[in-house]
Structures are given as structure tokens and as C-alpha cells.
Design a protein around this ligand. Structure first.
Ligand SMILES: [Zn+2]
Length: 310
């Protein structure tokens, strides 16, 4: 079983085998100058910690060799294991968007809303989520540069999917680690699907975020779902149009008062031909593991409602 995929000389994607499926959630191992400690960008959920450790071991590391954790945002599939790792590596700093920092220190509100969504599935899906001591959580502002593994990474605030979302750009290599702002694009296909969960889906902000990334002249995007992509313009372009396409497909039904189930059916019918043409049946089904469709609909409903009352 191959757990790691080389991205460049000093960057490795680690497959976290979420729910025993390959190529759904990635973490990235960042190495750099000799003598510096490596960092990981995204931890995945605590339920995948064993897979993360096995991936690190493939590169000759253990958790306590790590010098830093960066997370693009605080959702559990990206940052869920950060607390557990911080318990085992007590001095490790955790770099995060300022909007999300408080929730890493006290995850109780995050867990409360996640439990409402996932119910009994919460623990099997995500595993333990524990608080990180405040001094370990480092809020990184928009445009700020941080030094990890001897490499400079610039944080780019990229709200839209979530208000607490950053992309991290390695300007030396033209590589951006983009979390969910560039959507779900699994290897083996070219279809890019936006994950649009509640509560802070914001299509205008998301468009600006994609425009900012497009203006950077990037050579490579490293997606959490899943892996490196060099078709930068294709991924950014699909995302930019698809969030509005989905909104256009869903809005009329929402205005007629249709239920989440009905809207879900509408969107599934709409995207199925394009997804099947681009991906085939098996791969199309894997997209749902990386971002549940029902949650995508709930995100749009919340988005429409907010704008109606605004
Ligand atoms: Zn995600």
C-alpha cells in the first residue's frame, strides 16, 4: 500500500486513507533545509492518525520529529487531529487563520455543531478532538510569511468555503496548499466539485479568493481532496464558475420552498452527466466521501436564507 506521493524534492503528499479509501484526504509533509524539522500541512482527522504516522514513517519520521503544524482551516477533516498531535508533541506550534484560532483552543462550539450534523457518526468519522493550549496556537494574518522547515510560506486569506480559511503559498516553488478553496478534484479525473457546507458559505468572498490565487501565477496547487495538480487554470476556472452554477441550479427550487431532499435530487440530477463523463461511476462516488452532498445543499440553503434577510 503506497501511503506517500512525492510532490517535489521537499514536499510529500501523505494519503490518510479516510474510511479506508485511498485518495480522499491528504496531509502534506514539508521538508526543507538540512537540520530543520519537517512540518505537516493539514493533519486530517484524529481517526486517521495511524495512517498519518505510517505515512510519516515511510519518509523516516515520527510525530515527535515534527517542528510545526499548519492547517488551512479548522474543519475536522483538515485539522481534527491537531489537538491529539499537540498532546504528543508538546512544544509544536499550530499555525491557523486568526478567525479559527479560538476554536482550536476551545473546540466546544465546533464540536457542538459537528455533533448536530454527524450525530452517532461523529466519533467513528472524526475521532478525538482535544483543545490545544493557547500558547501553541499561532494566528497567522493575511499576507503574513511564516518560516517552517526552513521554507517561507505566505498565508493568503481565502474565505468562501469557510471564513477561517487560508491558503499557504511557497513562493520559491510556486506551490499553493489550498485546502478546500480549490474544491474537490480527485486524481484520475478533471471534474472539480465545490464543498459548500454551512454555516459561512460566501460565494462573493469565494470568487475573490479564487481571483487572488489566479493572480499569483502559481505552478501547482496541492489540494487536500486530493493531491497535487498542475492544471492550475483549469481547477481555478472550474471552481469559479461551478459555485455560481450550483447556486443557479438550486435557487429556483429553494424559492419554491423545496426540501433539502428535493434540492439534493435536483443537484444530483444536474451534476451527474458531467461527473460521469469526467470521472466514471466509481470515482464519482468517492467525491461524496470527500464532501457530503447533503451538507453542500444545507450550505446553500443557509447562504440563500442569510441573503434574504440581509
Ligand atoms: Zn475538506
Amino acid at each position: 500500500m503506497q501511503r506517500t506521493v512525492p510532490v517535489d524534492a521537499t514536499t510529500t503528499a501523505i494519503d490518510l486513507f479516510f474510511r479506508d479509501r485511498s485518495e480522499v484526504i491528504a496531509a502534506y509533509l514539508l521538508e526543507g533545509e538540512p537540520g530543520t524539522k519537517p512540518a505537516i500541512l493539514e493533519t486530517g482527522p484524529a481517526s486517521c492518525l495511524t495512517a498519518l504516522e505510517a505515512g510519516l514513517a515511510e519518509r523516516g519520521y515520527r510525530l515527535d520529529d515534527l517542528g510545526a503544524i499548519l492547517v488551512t482551516h479548522i474543519h475536522l477533516d483538515h485539522a481534527g487531529a491537531a489537538g491529539v498531535i499537540a498532546q504528543r508533541v508538546p512544544d509544536i506550534p499550530v499555525y491557523v487563520n486568526p478567525v479559527g484560532a479560538a476554536h482550536m483552543i476551545d473546540p466546544s462550539r465546533l464540536l457542538h455543531s459537528a455533533r448536530r450534523i454527524y450525530g452517532a457518526q461523529m466519533d467513528p468519522l472524526w475521532g478525538a478532538v482535544v483543545p490545544i493550549p493557547a500558547p501553541r496556537v499561532v494566528a497567522v494574518g493575511d499576507g503574513e510569511k511564516i518560516l517552517v522547515a526552513g521554507r517561507a510560506l505566505r498565508a493568503i486569506a481565502t474565505p468562501g468555503h469557510a471564513s477561517h480559511h487560508h491558503a499557504f503559498v511557497d513562493e520559491a516553488t510556486g506551490t499553493a496548499f489550498t485546502g478546500d478553496v480549490t474544491g474537490i478534484a480527485l486524481p484520475g479525473g478533471s471534474y472539480v466539485r465545490p464543498p459548500t457546507p454551512p454555516p459561512d458559505l460566501d460565494l462573493d468572498a469565494w470568487t475573490v479568493s479564487l481571483d487572488r490565487l489566479a493572480a499569483l501565477g502559481l505552478r501547482r496547487l496541492c489540494l487536500t481532496h486530493f493531491g497535487p495538480r498542475t492544471d492550475v487554470a483549469n481547477v481555478l476556472g472550474q471552481m469559479r464558475s461551478r459555485i455560481w452554477e450550483f447556486a443557479g441550479v438550486l435557487r429556483p427550487g429553494w424559492e419554491r420552498g423545496e426540501s433539502v431532499d428535493e434540492l439534493l435530487e435536483t443537484l444530483r440530477r444536474h451534476i451527474r452527466p458531467a461527473m460521469l463523463a469526467a470521472l466514471g461511476e466509481a470515482l464519482a462516488e468517492r467525491y461524496d466521501l470527500a464532501g457530503a452532498m447533503r451538507m453542500n445543499i444545507e450550505g446553500f440553503v443557509r447562504y440563500f436564507e442569510k441573503r434574504k434577510t440581509a
